[in-house]
Ligand binder design. Sequence first.
Ligand code: ADP
Length: 163
Amino acid sequence: MNKIAVCPGSFDPITNGHLDIITRAAKVFDVLYVAVLNNSSKKSLFDVEERIYLMEQVTKHLPNVRVESASGLLVDYAKEKEADVIVRGLRAISDFEYEMQITSMNRVLDDHIETFFIMTSSQYSFLSSSIVKEVAQYNGNIAELVPPVVHQALLDKLGIQEK
Ligand code: ADP
């Protein structure tokens, strides 16, 4: 039986921290759906098509990863994909409370779906899409924090000439 998992997130934009989690999850599951969330309550820098394009570019070497957009309840999306696992990354204690709340709610909604957490690699423990956008906005060096295609997309989006 195929082990199918969903890795959801805003990925606005994808960072090396996300990519690390996706790469490691792709080794464990037969099929990994990366669900790029189209969440209207969160204002994003990149629209969902741009986030999907960037995600496809940086995961194209991973044959069992499928990138899609998703909206609505995550458990409904997971069911539609016949996935019984949701994969999330964990950085610091600060992630814990939020993840605990979402995981508990998802379990109430559908107790056949388990959430698995992958601990961040230490070099990415401080890394988030928000911090990358903030540093990029002031022309700080983000080359080590995001894949090259994302780096270029950020410079273009923010209208910044590389130093
Ligand atoms: P969301 O808006 O749903 O929190 P994000 O795109 O910010 O989505 O993150 C998606 C997932 O990736 C979350 O589980 C988050 O904790 C995880 N994540 C984000 N940055 C990192 C990182 N540097 N290391 C490990 N996991 C991360």
